[in-house]
Design a protein around this ligand. Sequence first.
Ligand SMILES: Nc1ncnc2c1ncn2[C@@H]1O[C@H](COP(=O)(O)OP(=O)(O)OP(=O)(O)O)[C@@H](O)[C@H]1O
Ligand SMILES: [Mg+2]
Length: 258
Amino acid sequence: MSNSDSILELVNVSINFGGLQAINRLSFQVESGQIFALIGPNGAGKTTAINMITGIYPPAEGEIYFEGQVLSGKKPYQVTRMGIARTFQNIQVFQNMTVRENVMVGLHTRSRSEFVRCLLHTPMVRKEERMIRRRCNEILEFMGLASKAGLLAAGLPYGDQKKVEIARTLATEPRLLLLDEPAAGLNLQETHEMSHTILMIRETGVTVLLVAHNMDLVMGISDTITVLNYGEKIADGSPAEIQNSDKVVAAYLGREPW
Ligand SMILES: Nc1ncnc2c1ncn2[C@@H]1O[C@H](COP(=O)(O)OP(=O)(O)OP(=O)(O)O)[C@@H](O)[C@H]1O
Ligand SMILES: [Mg+2]
């Protein structure tokens, strides 16, 4: 059973692809309200861990718990409904939709209206539509995208597109948000804004699991860090502890990653 303070817990989780052991008996706990970073060299298994948590790949062994409930074996849509959202290492926004429409898609995932009731256009559905619009505006405001709501996602700078992707995940009202390389491809200013955005999201009570190569970002905002190498955990601790770990430095081929 899960530790009471942890929102997410992995217990001896493993997965292999053919002969490759991508994750080997990985265990960690994410405390509620934290920014928890998962770092490690290319191919260490970070994205695979996110894919297992979100139900894309069921673990071959081990268990995953979310708020004390078994998560392993659930389908991605069930995981979303339980209160977990993610972004992707390769950005996934609807390029041909506006910023507002992208967020509306996320909100409709959350909507309780069924198809038939939508067709009937009952007062209840209309009320729900109003609530969705209001919530959409709140999220756009929160993410600093309000003035760009009517623009096509495709025409936005990369940093704004990343914000749109995060805005859409926030629309599903997650309690746990998994961010896979949110600063990849961002310039210095955009990376700084991304740090601020992640801190603000945490302020709203959402727990964040952050995967990132950018050590300024990781060391600047994380409460706890777990380091993976070849699918195994090699260290965990505070940013200061991780920066002083010989094992971690060695895993990054002897070059200090920060
Ligand atoms: N669907 C798959 N089929 C086969 N191998 C896979 C699959 N997904 C991941 N792998 C392999 O598993 C290992 C871990 O990959 P993963 O993408 O999780 O690494 P990562 O830590 O996210 O790396 P990066 O920092 O480059 O994003 C790699 O060797 C990768 O090639
Ligand atoms: Mg990855």
